[in-house]
Design a protein around this ligand. Structure first.
Ligand SMILES: [Zn+2]
Length: 467
């Protein structure tokens, strides 16, 4: 018997990948890597009406982005429908499943009756022992002959022992009347055929698990271990959705979060290792286990994610950071631009919480400000403008150099002589260079963009506010 750990991530391409699903993928992947097992990918695309190629491509893209690599080729569930049907027919042949000829109208009226009587509805088993008294034109469904007595017990890796009375489970449909297999059947057959040893998924699947176990038993197959992870909630305690802002994985990519920050954040959402907050991939693989996965739902904390992102932005080397940020610039960068951004990168990355912010603040090395923030006017009084004119002259006459340290000393001295605070001058210069009052040191910026560009920007600012 092969006791290698085999897990799978089985997203459905009927919508964009939810950030909670990404966490499920990550937990599966870590569990596989921790145990030197396999991490398989299965695309559950049997709902042909709602599944799109675009969503499937996004799944691959997000997993690649997060370096959650899968083993072997992805399994495409819709390509296995014949196999799913074969299993159902085999169950019928062995008396473990049966044809049900009840019409939708018949079932609907029984359902309605239960609703009226305030009773829980479940299929009454009318065709369980053969229904010969049916209309020949009816295309039957195939139902599983579920166990009627006893309990179905799950020893869940996260939830502990969970059980349900079998009398509560009804004879679920395996094959619909149009001949297509149901989700319940497809999942079980695929997990079995893929030799999945551990099914790790969101706890919204727990009720499915009881019914799936019935299918395993009927087929006579080994039942995998299950781990149901609590869902992710928004700050208001409701399941995380679009309503809370970003809910899909692609949103976070586009908002400028680094994959390492997302991975680290999702890992800590529902799992812990002592007080460790910053966890490398290497350590995550080394430490990950199900003993430390919490049972209670986790709340998504945007501020915490931002702090982690800021941390990982500082950690990245400057070249790789610029490379990563390139698609976030809304303009083409010249080699000269890139060179200058790299010179200023140490200061730029200190201040950025996202790559969007980083690209935005890097624009000071790409072009002169097109507009000035309203706050700049505070540093554009006639006194400020007069000081700036003097600075322009001194730069032109080479009385001030553009060496960062020398210029800083010169401007300090100049502020003393003119009896103004350094901050008054620095903010006026900042407004002129950046169009806003937050940026790295103005002396650093000047040393990078150099004299000609500095004078140009100072002049534009003076002209703008002199009108
Ligand atoms: Zn029936």
């Amino acid at each position: 018997m092969n006791n290698k750990v085999n897990v799978r991530f089985a997203p459905s391409p009927t919508g964009v990948l939810h950030i909670g699903s990404v966490r499920t993928a990550l937990f599966n992947w870590l569990y596989a890597r921790h145990n030197n097992g396999n991490f398989f990918l299965r695309i559950e695309d049997t709902d042909k009406l709602r599944s799109t190629d675009e969503n499937t491509k996004l799944i691959f893209k997000i997993l690649e982005w997060l370096q959650i690599n899968w083993d072997g080729e992805p399994v495409i569930q819709s390509s296995r429908m014949d196999r799913h049907k074969e299993v159902a027919l085999d169950l019928v042949a062995r008396g473990k499943a049966y044809y049900c000829y009840c019409t939708p109208e018949e079932l609907a009226s029984k359902k309605e009756y239960c609703l009226r009587e305030n009773k829980p509805y479940k299929y009454d088993g009318k065709c369980r022992n053969g229904n010969t008294n049916h209309d020949l034109n009816i295309k039957p469904v195939i139902r599983l002959k579920s166990e009627l007595d006893g309990f179905t017990v799950v020893n869940d890796m996260v939830q502990g022992e969970v059980k349900v009375n079998n009398s509560q489970l009804d004879d679920l449909v395996l094959i619909r009347s149009d001949g297509t297999p149901t989700y319940m059947l497809s999942v079980v057959v695929d997990d079995h055929d893929m030799n999945i040893t551990h099914v790790i998924r969101g706890d919204d699947h727990l009720t499915n698990t009881f019914r799936q176990i019935q299918i395993y038993k009927a087929c006579g197959w080994d039942i995998p271990k299950f781990g149901h992870i609590p869902l992710i909630y928004g700050p208001d305690g409701a399941k995380l959705s679009k309503r809370h802002g970003a809910a899909s994985a692609i949103d976070y990519m586009q908002l400028g979060y680094l994959p390492e920050a997302i991975s680290n954040y999702l890992l800590r959402l529902g799992w812990s290792h002592g007080d460790e907050e910053i966890i490398t991939r290497e350590n995550a693989i080394k430490w990950f286990d199900f003993n430390s996965v919490g049972k209670s739902p986790s709340r998504f904390d945007m501020a915490k994610l931002q702090n982690l992102n800021a941390h990982y932005i500082k950690e990245r080397n400057n070249e790789s950071l610029l490379e990563y940020a390139l698609p976030f610039f809304k303009c083409e960068l010249t080699e000269e631009n890139k060179k200058n951004i790299l010179k200023g990168m140490n200061s730029l990355k200190e201040r950025a919480k996202t790559i969007v912010e980083l690209a935005d603040s890097s624009l000071i090395y790409v072009k002169a400000p097109e507009i000035y923030d309203d706050k700049c006017s505070k540093y554009a009084t006639s006194n400020h403008l007069e000081l700036l004119r003097e600075i322009i002259t001194k730069l032109n006459n080479a009385e001030f150099s553009t060496n960062e340290e020398e210029l800083c000393n010169s401007i300090k001295e100049f502020a003393n002589l003119r009896n103004v605070k350094l901050v008054e001058i620095a903010q006026a210069i900042r407004g002129a260079l950046c169009g806003k009052l937050a940026s790295p040191s103005v002396f650093e910026i000047i040393s990078i963009i150099d004299k000609e560009e500095t004078i140009k920007r100072l002049n534009s600012f003076v002209d703008h506010y002199s009108k």
